[in-house]
Design a protein around this ligand. Structure first.
Ligand SMILES: NC(=O)c1ccc[n+]([C@@H]2O[C@H](COP(=O)([O-])OP(=O)(O)OC[C@H]3O[C@@H](n4cnc5c(N)ncnc54)[C@H](O)[C@@H]3O)[C@@H](O)[C@H]2O)c1
Length: 248
């Protein structure tokens, strides 16, 4: 376990996106160092320079195992091991079965599933060496409902993220590493405000019992909860954050 005086290091993927950035800010506010991973170096550098605290921006394509490995070697040189991994990067497509191309399917699985696997595999040995770690995977309500508006590839990819979470949780619990997931729905981000039509948004809003979209800061709050030392007995859990759209 990192000593109480040692700063913890977190890594957030999709850190240049809406939720990734809010999570990065929340972790920085806890005094952690944050490796910000995303695809666009320029955007990452800009964001990193604008944030208070210690950030380490690294651009690479999570869907490419070679790029992930090369980036990880550089990250290790810069920060050493990572204590908290927030697998947050993801791409949304809304095509259902018959309109999903093989290319789209592959692209979504590469980023949303394979990237989570590539990175977790590289980060876990460092967590094991410290006998402490937190992995938080971003699934989606779509994994459980089949996708109200989300497409087939996306819903499938987020289902795989849940199974991956269970598998790692079982394997890593004895090493002091917890692995949990969050299944949000309709967070007020461009995925909702831009990728859905006005009619779709109105239809969805009418179905959400809480009567509003989720705020990005509410998502970051769940991440902080799972990162906390006192959440150490929670592993293999998928926390629903869907405003009452679905219970299980
Ligand atoms: N917004 C929602 O309502 C919602 C609901 C459920 C789940 N989610 C999930 O939350 C996560 C974050 O969503 P968001 O709304 O912040 O989306 P976003 O599009 O704002 O951010 C996603 C980030 O991932 C990055 N990314 C995409 N492909 C990448 C790749 N190949 N390599 C590295 N980085 C890559 C993007 O550049 C982007 O910055 C996603 O996994 C998404 O599926 C979001």
């Amino acid at each position: 376990m990192p000593s109480s005086t040692e700063k913890k290091t977190a890594m957030v993927t999709g850190a240049a996106g809406t939720l990734g950035l809010v999570v990065t800010k929340a972790l920085l506010a806890q005094g952690m160092r944050v490796v910000m991973a995303d695809v666009n170096q320029e955007r990452l550098d800009e964001l990193s320079a604008s944030l208070p605290g210690e950030t380490f921006p690294f651009a690479f394509n999570l869907g490419d195992p070679v790029q992930v490995k090369t980036a990880w070697e550089k990250i290790q040189k810069a920060v050493g091991t990572v204590d908290v991994l927030v697998n947050n990067a993801g791409i949304l497509t809304n095509n259902k079965l018959e309109t999903t191309s093989a290319e789209e399917w592959q692209r979504v699985i590469d980023v949303n599933v394979n990237g989570v696997f590539y990175l977790s595999q590289l980060v876990v040995p460092g967590m094991k060496s410290k006998k402490w770690g937190r992995i938080i995977n971003t699934s989606s309500l779509a994994a459980k409902t089949g996708g109200i508006t989300a497409g087939t590839a996306y819903s499938t990819s987020k289902g795989a993220v849940i199974s991956f979470t269970f598998s790692l949780a079982a394997e890593l619990a004895c090493h002091g590493i917890t692995v949990n997931g969050i299944a949000p729905a309709y967070v007020r981000t461009p995925m909702v405000t831009e990728q859905l039509s006005e009619a779709q948004r109105a239809e969805v809003m009418a179905k959400i019992p809480v009567g509003r979209f989720c705020e990005p800061e509410e998502f970051a709050h769940v991440v902080l909860f799972l990162v906390d030392d006192k959440a150490g007995f929670i592993t293999g859990e998928i926390i629903d954050q869907n405003g009452g759209l679905h219970f299980d």
